[in-house]
Design a protein around this ligand. Structure first.
Ligand code: NAD
Ligand code: MG
Length: 334
């Protein structure tokens, strides 16, 4: 049975009197820094001079310094710059200051698991990986609840790495929802698989295929958009609240019968076989190598693919329809 921790399991006093360095102030960084500050801790944000995030963090009432300065000062550092940027930032500004007693933390296991960062054995290395986008995490925290997270330890030199990690998880609000004990390997591989096969890749491809099928058959793009994209959230909200059964309770019997009899014809055994191939590419490092090489080459494919999907008709019609629904939460960027 998996081990899940809650507020009562976490001792916040382990972080009292410590300096918490949050490296990066993007999606995750702003949420960690602000939640920890609201939990009463001494937080300093590490950025590079000239970063657009610098004034934003200061305006939010946070102290900001260069990554080098933060690495010198902080007892606990959380790495929240993009995964592809982490190895360089680590080598240049963090590694030189890693002395015994310090803790280096991650919110995703990629760089430790694929050995892009190999910290010295004298420090603790752990991970608190929230299972939510940063902006949602901050919003939910300010409403008094939290998002679940995964907790793992790569190096426990002090003997306190689990307890410190758990206290950190409580500081960002994650123990309000549940913190699952895992390993860097499990977090990295399941996170990559989830986002590729289901959450991001699977869902966007399903939406586009459904939209194209309807439009190519002569239906209005607007009605296709409402049907296969807009309504997806309403369905997912029901699943989130009460599982598949509750969603099926809420939709009509006609929808439920179509779900049972047609769904498995769309997502069939062949899809599962390809999911297994994708999982294999994650496990054997093929995906990691491809992504690292893509970055080394300046992201030519990544940028072309981003542009191609931005030009998809579902995005064009979506923009027009959303402009007529001002009650939708406007997207937040940066
Ligand atoms: P992001 O791209 O939103 O933010 C990156 C931040 O790093 C920005 O503030 C940027 O200014 C700063 N930065 C970039 N280069 C820098 C440098 N050289 N020196 C100092 N600062 C620099 O990143 P993110 O999506 O928040 O991801 C951070 C980590 O959190 C990653 O490990 C990611 O896998 C993990 N994670 C992200 C999410 C998410 O919701 N986005 C969820 C779970 C885990
Ligand atoms: Mg994820």
């Amino acid at each position: 049975m998996a081990q899940v921790y809650y507020d009562k399991d976490a001792d916040l006093s382990l972080l009292q009197g410590k300096t918490l360095g949050i490296i990066g102030y993007g999606s995750q960084g702003h949420a960690h820094a602000l939640n920890l500050k609201d939990s009463g801790f001494n937080v300093v944000v590490g950025l590079y001079k000239g970063s657009a995030s610098w004034p934003r963090a200061e305006q939010a009432g946070l102290r900001v310094a260069t990554v080098d300065q933060v690495a010198r000062e902080a007892d606990i550092m959380m790495m929240l710059v993009p995964d592809t940027v982490q190895p360089g930032v680590y080598r240049e500004s963090i590694q030189p200051h890693l002395k015994p007693g310090k803790t280096l933390m991650f919110a995703h296991g990629f760089n430790i698991h694929y050995k892009r960062i190999q910290p010295p054995p004298v420090i603790d290395v752990s991970m608190v990986a929230p299972k939510a986008p940063g902006h949602r995490m901050r919003e939910i925290f300010t409403q008094g609840s939290g998002v679940p997270a995964l907790l793992a330890v790569h190096q426990d030199t002090s003997g306190k790495a689990w307890q410190v990690g758990l206290a950190y998880a409580r500081g960002i609000g994650a123990t309000r929802a549940g913190v699952l004990r895992t390993t860097f390997k499990e977090e990295t591989e399941t996170d990559l698989f989830g986002e590729q096969a289901v959450l991001c890749g699977g869902v966007t491809s399903l939406i586009k295929a459904g939209f194209e099928t309807l439009v190519e058959a002569g239906y209005q793009p607007e009605s296709a958009y409402f049907e296969v994209l807009h309504e997806l959230k309403l369905i997912v909200d029901l699943i989130y609240q009460g599982g598949l059964e509750y969603m099926r309770y809420s939709v009509s019997d006609t929808a439920e019968f179509g779900d049972y009899t047609r769904g498995p014809r769309i997502i069939d055994e062949s899809v599962k076989r390809r999911m297994q191939e994708i999982l294999k590419e994650i496990q054997d490092g093929t995906f990691a190598r491809e992504w690292i090489a893509e970055n080394d080459e300046g992201r030519p494919r990544f940028n072309a693919l981003r542009q191609k999907d931005a030009d998809h008709p579902v995005e064009k019609v979506g923009k027009e329809l959303r402009a007529m629904m001002p009650f939708l939460e406007p997207p937040r960027r940066g």
